[in-house]
Design a protein around this ligand. Structure first.
Ligand SMILES: [Zn+2]
Length: 295
């Protein structure tokens, strides 16, 4: 009898904790909207993905995010922090037609290599190998290999929009001007500390200017301490006067041994480090509404 009451007290306590968690999750959700005429912006931020399902095993729960991630991703392991509820969306309308570009964690992780160890374009370094020897060994012995640096070339999910190559470029000088900001926010999508050897992080930020244009930066930043630095940036600029947006995608990386001229502290800050890394690959596209007669 005593046992039974102890168990039911424990169950009640756990139920309370669950209720508190659910309430906290609801309160943690933050949605920001901004309307700029033909462009509308929505940033959503919420709790990180739970480490386990809240429903019993074997029960289909269509709205369970944990199940959705397991179903749709082939990755052996997810990053430590997955912001499954976060997203940044830019809605665009042109003469009655509408489309949007969205930055979300699931689509970004779909582009992480799920069947090979990380690819280091600057060449395999012995430091890289020894730093991660433990991890590489663990993965090759017990797991399916995957890119544990979570490198993703994700540049946003297009719906009702099309991307075509262009020779246009983003006016970087204009972005350096001190124009008045009407709206700005940032959204983190995932983060992993690479077992204390560095960081892999994906986040998106937006700045809308009173002068009638906006700037989005989606940045993947990966640092394996004393070995390698990699930044994969997607920049999008839209102007009220244009019927399109420009998207510039750039992959930059360098080995630490080639960055000896840069102050080590700069390398810890993605916003200052990226410009010291050489461009490995880039392309520029014009994003516009997909019209029914396009095909
Ligand atoms: Zn589930």
């Amino acid at each position: 009898m005593q046992n039974f009451s102890r168990i039911s007290a424990r169950m009640a306590a756990r139920r309370n904790v669950d209720e508190v968690m659910v309430r906290a999750a609801a309160h943690a959700r933050k949605e920001e909207n901004f309307d700029m005429g033909i462009f509308e912006f929505t940033a959503i931020a919420g709790h990180i993905l739970e480490s386990s399902c809240k429903h019993p095993d074997g029960v289909e729960q269509p709205d369970c995010l944990k199940c959705k991630y397991e179903r749709e991703l082939k990755l052996e392991e997810l990053p430590e922090m997955v912001f499954a509820r976060n997203s940044l969306t830019i809605r665009f309308s042109d003469h009655g037609l509408r489309g949007y570009i969205q930055f979300n964690c699931l689509d970004a992780l779909k582009m992480v290599c799920a069947d090979r160890l990380p690819d280091v374009k600057v060449g395999a370094s012995t430091a890289w190998q020894s730093t991660r020897q433990d991890r590489i060994l663990q993965i090759s012995e017990h797991q399916k290999p995957f890119d544990w640096t979570y490198t993703t070339h994700y540049k946003g999910t297009l719906v009702g929009l099309k991307a075509t190559p262009t020779t246009d470029r983003i006016d970087m000088e204009r972005l350096k001007r001190r124009d008045t900001i009407s709206f700005s926010t940032n959204v983190i999508l995932f983060e992993d500390e690479l077992a204390d050897h560095g960081i892999a992080q994906l986040s998106a930020r937006i700045r809308v200017m009173q002068e009638g244009y906006f700037f989005v930066l989606l940045r993947f930043y990966m640092r394996v301490d004393n070995v390698l630095l990699r930044v994969c940036d997607t920049r999008i600029v839209g102007d009220l006067g244009d019927r399109h947006m420009i998207r510039e995608w750039q992959l930059r990386e360098a080995k630490y041994e080639n960055l000896r001229h840069v102050h080590p502290e700069l390398l810890l800050d993605a916003d200052r480090a990226w410009m010291h890394l050489p461009i490995v690959e880039e392309h520029v596209e014009r994003i516009s509404i997909e019209r029914p007669d396009d095909n």
